[in-house]
Design a protein around this ligand. Sequence first.
Ligand code: 16G
Length: 251
Amino acid sequence: MADLLNALDLSAWYQPGRGPRYKQLCRHISGLVAAGTLEKDDQLPSERDLADMANVSRVTVRKAIGDLVADGLIEQRQGSGSFVRGGGERFEQSLSSLVSFTENLQTRGIASTSEVLLTGVFRPTPSEAMVLGLSAHHQVARVHRLRRGDGVPMALEYSSLPEDILPRPDKIDVSLYDVLRARGKAPTRAMQRVTAMNAPGPVANHLDLAVGTAILQIERTAYLATGRPIEFTSGFYRSDVYDFVSELRLD
Ligand code: 16G
């Protein structure tokens, strides 16, 4: 607490002319989490105590905490206060090996969960038909999921697969690839396109981010060993928790 008291002293973080106080306080608290002064599950002092420690008004503290909550760094637990959510932890996902979201988290001892936002079988859109090589009389299975790691929203994934590959999209509880594997239809190769973007409103809401936060969009087209395309997923990944790494070799 003494450390925190010093760290929060106005002189430690406020510089006139560098933007509003609440923004500077918000950035400073993010820095304390990144530096480990504040650790996962640490409880923040109450709004009143924080205001006293930082020598600012409670309104400034409230706005700073509001931004930290929107950025997913702090969570407010009903009736018990504000807690550090474990920022600073980043996940590396290989861009060169074909792993599923669930496997990636499992190797790190993190439990993955999926909240299904939409599931069903539909007529393909022209772009789904093109990517998946379907014609107008075919159907496409869609699964839209919010993916969480240890309860923290990490990615939003919109997946489309030919109906014969995934006739019952409603059967997916956690892992799409586990279901495909059980059917002998798991992909063996994939192509991905990675794009940096600012989170639009609906994506930001699902990922607990402020609208416009920098995120990564990854579109994956995955293929069976026969070369048939069987999955098209457009995913939005929080850039504060994800690092995508790729191995490069000389040709
Ligand atoms: C990954 C894939 C996604 C795939 C999902 C399956 C990337 C960028 N995307 O998130 O295309 O649908 O894994 O994971 O890696 P699951 O088996 O846990 O549902």
